[in-house]
Each structure stands twice: as structure tokens, then as C-alpha cells.
Design a protein around this ligand. Structure first.
Ligand SMILES: [Zn+2]
Ligand SMILES: [Zn+2]
Length: 265
């Protein structure tokens, strides 16, 4: 629904000038710059907004109430975060240029609503399946956990930007691939892909914020706290695998009480 609204009410009126820029820059540089600018706004811009409460040591609205941000640890994490950010951009752009058809870059032919809804649904299903099982493997295989995924879990109480504080192999396999898999398989339009990756980056910085501004009811924060729960994005596969667990203070949508209230009964 968000994709549809954004594409038809925000993007469509701008298709003409975006198409003109694409024609002026050429496919390669248009893809590079549009990816870099949109990801900078979503990851560093929204990431900053979501990091402000932690940077200001705000207590209200924290998911893990007894934890606060170690600013020196965050500074130490930023070089790897920057490396992954740039590497992810370059890899994503290279894959799109190599595998997307020319029609993906044609701004005279934006996808219609039904195509967009179908593509968005498939992107989400493929992302959920690939991210969940790759992530679960990284936890269950002791060697893979120690060599690769443990780095991301050094942050037991995360802050927005550490969403991509991880081994570069993990960033490619677990973060980049699940997001670009659907668009590449379907040959989606680059404008729709930009919306998808932008929303994905805003989502991942929000769920790593450490505050209830996250849009997953604290699910991924609880994964950082407990390690062996909530491997997925939406929670559907976690429910099926018996690994779904919300943190203290989350809203239990089955009866609209908070998890804390339910435990107190
Ligand atoms: Zn995480
Ligand atoms: Zn994990």
C-alpha cells in the first residue's frame, strides 16, 4: 500500500524529470547516484533521527530500560558501517546494471498498480524467506556464528546505524541479497526498487533504534537481547518455528494488552 501510494502520488508526477536526468546521466550513473542519494537519506538521515534519543541518553521510550548508548563504541563501529554502506551500494548497483532489463530503466513506462502490488508482495515473501533461513543458519552453525554473525551481536542493545555493523559477508548474504533478490528475479522498475530499498533502510534503522519508534513491536531488539528468538522480519516464520517472542512492554495484538500487562495477570 505504501509502495502504491508513493509510486502513484509521489513518483509519477516526477517521472518526467527523473527520466530526463536518467537520459542525461546514462543508465550507469543514474543508477549509481539515485542509489547513493536515496540510501544516504534513508540510512544516514533517518538513521540520525532514530539515533537522536539514544545520543541524548533519553530514558523515556527505551525498549531495554536498563541500557544506554556507549558513544565511544558507536564511533568505533562507524568505519565498518561506512564500509558496508558503500560496498552495499556498489554491489547493488552492479547487480541491477548487470541483470535488470532495459525496460526497468524506462521512465515512460512506470509499472501499473497491479504489477506493483504483485511485485511488492513477491519481494516481501522472498526477503522474509531468504533473510529468515540465512539468519537462522548463522545462529545454528557454530562456526558461521563465531566467524561471521557474532560481530553484529556485539551490540546487545543496538542503535540505528549498527543495523549494518556486521561482517561484510553477512552484509552481502543476509542484508543485500534478500532485498535485491525479488527485484532482480522479476525485472522490476528501478523507480519501484528505489522505493523498496529506501523503505527497507528506514525499517532496519528503526528496528535497531533501541526505542519504541521501531515498527516491529520490539521484535528485532529482543533478538539482540536474547540471540535465539525472532530471526525474521515480519515474525510469520518465527511463529511457525516457535521462535517468536516479544519484549517486555510490547503490545500483544492478540488481546491488545502489553506483554508486561499480560505477564502480570
Ligand atoms: Zn540486528
Ligand atoms: Zn542474529
Amino acid at each position: 500500500m505504501i509502495e502504491k501510494l508513493v509510486l502513484h502520488h509521489v513518483l509519477a508526477p516526477h517521472a518526467a524529470w527523473m527520466g530526463a536526468i536518467a537520459a542525461a546521466l546514462g543508465k550507469t550513473w543514474f543508477t549509481f547516484w539515485s542509489s547513493l542519494i536515496s540510501s544516504t537519506i534513508s540510512f544516514w538521515g533517518f538513521g540520525f533521527i532514530f539515533a537522536v534519543p539514544a545520543l541524548l541518553q533519553v530514558e523515556k521510550g527505551k525498549i531495554q530500560v536498563n541500557r544506554s548508548l556507549d558513544c565511544r563504541a558507536l564511533l568505533g563501529a562507524l568505519p565498518l558501517v561506512m564500509f558496508n554502506f558503500l560496498a552495499g551500494n556498489i554491489l547493488g548497483v552492479a547487480v541491477f546494471l548487470a541483470f535488470l532489463p532495459d525496460s526497468s530503466f524506462d521512465f515512460n513506462e512506470l509499472p501499473d498498480t497491479s504489477t506493483l502490488i504483485r511485485h511488492a508482495a513477491i519481494w516481501m515473501v522472498l526477503q522474509e524467506l531468504s533473510f529468515f533461513y540465512v539468519h537462522k543458519f548463522f545462529h545454528e552453525n557454530k562456526r558461521a556464528y563465531a566467524a561471521i554473525h557474532k560481530l553484529h551481536h556485539t551490540w546487545t542493545a543496538p542503535v540505528s546505524w549498527v543495523a549494518i555493523y556486521c561482517h561484510p559477508v553477512e552484509h552481502i548474504v543476509a542484508n543485500i541479497c534478500p532485498v535485491i533478490l525479488g527485484p532482480v528475479l522479476l525485472g522490476s522498475h528501478v523507480a519501484a526498487i528505489l522505493m523498496w530499498t529506501t523503505l527497507g533502510l528506514i525499517h532496519t534503522t528503526a528496528v535497531h533504534s533501541g526505542f519504541w519508534i521501531c515498527d516491529d513491536n520490539g521484535m528485532h531488539d529482543e533478538h539482540h537481547r536474547k540471540f535465539n528468538v525472532n530471526y525474521g522480519v515480519s515474525g510469520i516464520l518465527d511463529v511457525l518455528h516457535g521462535t517468536y517472542q516479544l519484549p517486555h512492554g510490547a503490545v500483544d495484538h492478540t488481546n491488545h494488552q502489553s506483554v508486561a500487562e499480560k505477564k502480570n495477570e
